[in-house]
Design a protein around this ligand. Structure first.
Ligand code: SF4
Ligand code: SF4
Length: 301
């Protein structure tokens, strides 16, 4: 079995306990306006151009048989995505790694071979592998098979998910993992639709259902001023979480603009919004609120 992966990071320390390898599944059914990993939304390969690395040599333009690349007078490379067949010839000739295809097909054994390199760090730090994305449950067969294989070889597995998947699929796969990192963004349904593109009803229903199984859950809350830092949202979130029994931690993840550079590289500027990162005072205020309400909350994950 193979699936579409857009990154595999080693030595991650913000994606669950200990030192971890993080596997990024390509494809996501949500469309958060602040997305940090816009290259993870489409389930298909995509062409990414990094102008800051480009030497403007024109090799990629000459290599493209489909007329999808051109250079402006000043040498800047431009892409006509309607002509691009994702053949990868431009990537092959670029000496600067300035143009590349995002997304590669990997088998379970390919992924296992990569993460096994970090086994000693997992063992020493209480770490393991985190499945993230995109949305791992967008490729449910791959997610299930990978979790099964990792657990078979004794590697701790965390599933980082938005919870936006059919309940049966969600519960089946979530229960196979050792820990679920559950993303919770906005509590008001209309606001959720506005900022995330879908209703949050299924997400909240799935979280309640998972909680009943007793599987340990860490909530991941991306804090974005003007979107979800208001008292009304914090209160609704605390009220909801305090009814649950399996939530062990609430990770407050301050928004940063890192995704915006990737948005430009993918020519997706019109699909996202730029927000301001929260000040430390806003972050502390949110954490203090949750802590005062009796939740275990901390900055970062
Ligand atoms: S081959 Fe690479 S460095 Fe040369 S113009 Fe194309 S993207 Fe830029
Ligand atoms: S991937 Fe192929 S078709 Fe697309 S720009 Fe590169 S060389 Fe041209």
């Amino acid at each position: 079995m193979k699936g579409m992966i857009f990154d595999l990071k080693h030595y991650a320390i913000h994606d669950g306990p200990g030192i971890r390898a993080t596997v990024f599944f390509k494809g996501c059914p949500l469309h958060c306006l602040w997305c940090h990993n816009p290259e993870g939304i489409s389930p298909e390969k995509e062409l990414m151009l990094m102008p800051n690395r480009c030497a403007r040599c024109g090799d990629c333009v000459r290599a493209c048989k489909y007329g999808a690349l051109a250079q402006k007078e000043d040498g800047e490379v431009v892409v006509d995505r309607s002509r691009c067949t994702l053949c990868g010839d431009c990537e092959q000739v670029c000496q600067r790694e300035a143009i590349s295809l995002v997304g590669r097909e990997m088998s379970i054994e390919d992924i296992l071979a990569e993460v096994e390199k970090d086994r000693i760090f997992f063992d020493q730090s209480g770490g393991g592998v985190t499945l993230t994305g995109g949305e791992p449950l967008f490729q449910p067969e791959l997610a299930e098979a990978l979790i099964d294989r990792l657990r078979q070889v004794g590697i701790h597995v965390a599933l980082d998910t938005s919870g936006f998947a059919p309940e049966e699929t969600f519960l089946w796969i979530a229960q196979k993992s050792d820990l679920v990192l559950f993303d919770l963004k906005v509590m008001d349904d209309e606001q959720h639709k506005k900022f995330v593109g879908v209703s949050n009803r299924l997400i909240l229903k799935n979280l309640r259902a998972l909680d009943k199984t007793g599987k340990p859950i860490w909530i991941r809350f991306p804090l974005i001023p003007g979107v979800n830092d208001g008292l009304e949202n914090l209160k609704a979130m605390a009220d909801f979480l305090l009814e649950l029994k399996s939530v062990k931690m609430l990770n407050v993840l301050p928004y940063h603009k890192g995704g915006m550079e990737k948005v430009r590289r993918l020519d997706q500027g019109d699909q996202f919004e730029i927000f301001e990162p929260p000040s430390q005072a806003i972050i502390d205020s949110a954490i203090n609120y949750f802590t005062d309400r009796g939740l275990i909350a901390k900055q970062g994950g």
